[in-house]
Write a protein that binds this ligand. Structure first.
Ligand code: AMP
Length: 192
């Protein structure tokens, strides 16, 4: 069983790399951002509750996110070789709750991948993505808010996983293929 967390600032390529990892390692992709966007698009109660926060680049409260991920993990059938968590955990509280959720199901994190990309490059990528896909949170003001939330709340998670010795930082400025090559080597080595 391979359970991967893919972390990094908005625009670091988590989603793109997750798609490649999922294909090659047969993992279930759990993206909390995608889940929230689906709820918003479907106009559910939860969607209405989180819409303003997501479009403003602010974090959804931990209690809501922990419930969402606990449900999603529980629903994963065992035809998969494991999970890839994309966009969760984003706070130390979420990381701690995840430990308990996984422990209860006899699972643990195999590897924590931290993709690092320079801020100027992140902003350029996100603005481009906004023009192509029209994501409401890919505009300059919201991008700045999201980068601020990332460095104050998400970066401290790295220490949590460094202590567990399954933390890997990846230089994310190269091509998609180059970065994936590095990720594939790490996951393969961790799974031996
Ligand atoms: P993403 O697609 O991962 O960039 O997530 C888009 C937005 O969804 C974020 O900017 C947050 O508003 C919200 N979000 C996604 N995952 C989380 C999480 N784990 N904790 C809090 N908010 C989240």
């Amino acid at each position: 069983m391979i359970n991967v967390i893919i972390s990094g600032a908005p625009g670091s390529g988590k989603g793109t790399q997750s798609d490649l990892i999922v294909k090659n390692f047969r993992l279930k992709h759990l993206s909390t951002g995608d889940m929230l966007r689906n709820e918003i698009a479907a106009g559910t109660e939860l969607g209405k509750q989180v819409e303003k926060l997501v479009s403003g680049g602010l974090f959804v409260p931990d209690s809501i996110m922990i419930d969402i991920i606990a449900n999603a993990i529980q629903k994963v059938d065992n035809s998969y070789n494991g999970l890839i968590l994309d966009g969760f955990p984003r706070t130390v509280e979420q990381a701690q709750a995840l430990e308990t959720i996984l422990e209860q199901q006899g699972k643990k994190i195999t590897v924590f991948l931290d993709i690092h990309v320079d801020e100027a490059e992140l902003i350029e990528r996100l603005l481009k993505r906004g023009q192509i896909y029209g994501r409401t949170d890919d505009n300059l003001e919201t991008i700045k808010e999201r980068l601020k939330a990332y460095s104050s709340k998400t970066q401290p998670i790295s220490d949590f996983y460094k202590k567990k010795n399954n933390y890997y930082q990846i230089e994310g400025n190269g091509t998609i293929e180059e970065i994936y090559g590095k990720i594939e080597d790490i996951i393969t080595a961790c799974n031996l």
